[in-house]
Design a protein around this ligand. Structure first.
Ligand SMILES: NC(=O)c1ccc[n+]([C@@H]2O[C@H](COP(=O)([O-])OP(=O)(O)OC[C@H]3O[C@@H](n4cnc5c(N)ncnc54)[C@H](O)[C@@H]3O)[C@@H](O)[C@H]2O)c1
Ligand SMILES: [Zn+2]
Length: 366
């Protein structure tokens, strides 16, 4: 037998900047040119960003090849859109020196990031997130991908951005329900990592609802700091990134069971309350902590109870199908305090019996 070993030296450390500001969209292109001048550019966005005027703000009169995703949203988050984007890049004679610029919410970022990861074996992507979900969560972290006809985010890659630019002024055109639901990820960040942030959210919710620039910048800053730190510690989601899954195990099941009638953040809000009920049962919390969490979610206007028509056995079945389940039952991320994840034997996700979850679901229906 002949044998060789190929020893790949450690991948070069990657560092990227996140810039946060208000009304910065119109000034970004010269900066992108300064940083990536030698690269060809290709913009990916969706129809709603065009009608809200954000694409025009970014590009001005410049003639840059652009792919506009239509219809906007989850319906286009599939491999066919990725193929159309990459073929669009080829038709524009773009090669390995291209940089993809993603302007939009989580779907645009996930689709464009994935296209960038496979185009000519990978080109850089710049993320310009424009929703509360994308600014808090999806633009930082490097997870990209699309849905299959069978499940969500089935195809994807870790593809960290080359830069992230957050213009909180883009949020002023976002629909109110989307805006509020996306803030649930901010509440989640505060719960798992920063009690001071939780207090800030409690005190500033009205200013956040009025979309005051100063507070929105502060929110983006807290979120990026928290998510950035977790991603630095665990760039490929092997252990610590699991804490970002707080409220998501039951949340995902609720989202799917609702037939996606509930927005992701709305379902996660229910999942956060479920985690809180489990924490009380396991004596990790007193009821007043959950009351405080419930108050902020109620003020956000997201549901804190299960919709009546969701059957418990369907939810249990969906929980068994969780992507992260081992032996048909997932572990749960719980907190021991606001800002502090509970860990057991070095694990951030812990065992919770099926009976306790069933009991919790029944309590969530009342
Ligand atoms: N990669 C990750 O780590 C990660 C994390 C969280 C969520 N996600 C993914 O993100 C997606 C959800 O993100 P989303 O809620 O941003 O969805 P989205 O991109 O579909 O945006 C929601 C809606 O708002 C519109 N929109 C976006 N920005 C706007 C603006 N500034 N003004 C007016 N309208 C605007 C969009 O066109 C869309 O209709 C899901 O597919 C989810 O899987 C990924
Ligand atoms: Zn989420």
């Amino acid at each position: 037998m002949l044998r060789h070993e190929v020893d790949i030296p450690a991948v070069k450390a990657r560092r990227y900047k996140i810039e946060i500001g208000t009304e910065i969209l119109g000034r970004l292109w010269p900066q992108i040119e300064a940083d990536f001048g030698q690269h060809g550019k290709f913009v990916v966005t969706d129809e709603n960003l065009v009608s809200a005027g954000h694409l025009e703000k970014l590009l001005g009169q410049r003639n840059i090849p652009t792919f506009i995703i239509s219809p906007a949203g989850e319906a286009s988050k599939n491999i066919n859109t990725v193929v159309s984007i990459m073929e669009g890049m080829e038709k524009a004679y773009l090669g390995r020196d291209t940089v993809v610029v993603a302007l939009g919410g989580g779907t645009v970022g996930d689709i464009a990031g994935f296209a960038a990861s496979v185009f000519k074996r990978g080109v850089p992507v710049i993320q310009i997130p424009t929703t509360t979900v994308a600014q808090a969560d999806s633009a930082v972290g490097g997870k990209t991908g699309v849905n299959s006809s069978i499940s969500k985010n089935a195809f994807g890659a870790f593809w960290h951005p080359a830069a992230v630019y957050i213009d909180v002024a883009t949020l002023t055109t976002l629909d109110d329900r989307q805006f509020r639901a996306g803030l649930v990820e901010s509440v989640k960040h505060a719960l798992i990592a920063d009690s001071e942030y939780f207090g800030f959210l409690e005190e500033n919710l009205d200013a956040i609802f009025e979309r005051k620039a100063g507070v929105l910048e502060k929110v983006a800053d807290f979120n990026c700091r928290i998510k950035g730190k977790v991603v630095e510690a665990d760039p490929h989601e092997q252990n610590q990134q699991r804490i970002l899954n707080y409220g998501h195990t039951i949340g995902h099941a609720v989202e799917t069971a609702s037939g996606f009638e509930l927005l992701h953040g709305e379902a996660v809000a229910i999942g956060i309350i479920a985690a809180g009920l489990i924490e009380i049962e396991l004596q990790l919390a007193q009821p007043d902590r959950l009351d405080r969490i419930r108050r902020i979610l109620e003020k956000l206007g997201v549901p804190v109870k299960l919709p009546k028509d969701l059957a418990e056995d369907k939810l249990i079945d969906l929980i068994k199908h969780d992507k992260k389940a081992i032996d048909k039952w997932p572990r749960f991320v719980l907190i021991s305090d606001i800002g502090q994840v509970h860990s057991q034997d070095g694990q951030w996700a812990v065992k919770v019996g099926q009976q306790l979850v069933e009991k919790t679901l029944r309590r969530l229906q009342r």
